[in-house]
Design a protein around this ligand. Structure first.
Ligand code: ADP
Ligand code: AMP
Length: 220
């Protein structure tokens, strides 16, 4: 399956993506994780991305689209992928459509995770991620690690993302509403959007998502 996950920052995209990718046996491609890996490796791309991420703004399309394309063209993504955090504006969605058309493939669904803003703010405030791999995600109260400050998956150090500070979160939510939300209408016009509530226990949401994706696939 080829799936795009959308939803505001803190909706639970990364949390669900890891589970859905495992269940559906497709790679989880997160542009945020790719940028963070570039930052920790101190690449030129990482340096450029960091200046935008620290302000809560989108990294320019010119570099983001190339990075996402390169990842999608890797062998493990040949039969499907789960995109998390890409596309994030209509121009990126159009670039993705072009790539898919060139390859003669189509998206199966755009899974839209709905969460009220006050909940998103609480989730972001308590989020802690792993230094080794930013897809290892915890929450100080909703999903605490077994040992405080230590990643359950790999033993890495947990930290709070710089862009999870309150001032930056406000900008990120605004960027989501003005730049990312319009892609939902863009994909609605293609009949691809499946909306589910991202409230409740993580495993329940995974089951809700799998059920919704199955129904969407059966209808096509
Ligand atoms: P996103 O990738 O959409 O920004 P994350 O998956 O990183 O969101 O989740 C944001 C925070 O909320 C994390 O700290 C995560 O542990 C927590 N979280 C995710 N899903 C839930 C849930 N269903 N209930 C409570 N907290 C959650
Ligand atoms: P995320 O990990 O998805 O919350 O993304 C963290 C930050 O990375 C965002 O606030 C942006 O600065 C940047 N980013 C991630 N994905 C994209 C994208 N598709 N386009 C532009 N910037 C992105």
């Amino acid at each position: 399956m080829r799936i795009v996950l959308v939803g505001p920052p803190g909706a639970g995209k990364g949390t669900q993506a890891v589970r859905l990718a495992k269940e559906l046996v497709i790679p989880h491609i997160s542009t945020g994780d790719l940028f963070r890996a570039n930052i920790s490796q101190q690449t030129e791309l990482g340096k450029l991305a960091k200046s935008y991420m620290d302000r809560g703004e989108l990294v320019p399309d010119s570099v983001t689209i190339d990075m996402a394309k390169d990842r999608m063209e890797q062998a493990d993504a040949e039969n499907g992928f789960l995109l998390d955090g890409f596309p994030r504006n209509v121009d990126q969605a159009k670039a993705l459509d072009e790539l898919l058309t060139t390859e003669g493939i189509k998206l199966d669904a755009v899974l839209d995770l709905e969460v009220p803003e006050d909940e998103v703010v609480k989730r972001i405030a308590g989020r802690r991620i792993c230094r080794n791999d930013s897809s290892h995600v915890f929450h100080v109260t909703y999903s605490p690690p077994k040992k405080e400050g230590v990643c359950d998956v790999c033993g890495g150090e947990l930290y709070q993302r710089g862009d999870d500070r309150e001032e930056t979160v406000r900008t990120r939510l605004e960027v989501y509403h003005t730049q990312t939300e319009p892609i939902i209408d863009y994909y609605k016009a293609q009949g691809l959007v499946v909306t589910i509530s991202s409230l409740g226990p993580v495993d329940e949401i995974t089951q809700r998502a799998l059920g919704a994706l199955k129904r969407e696939k059966a209808e096509q």
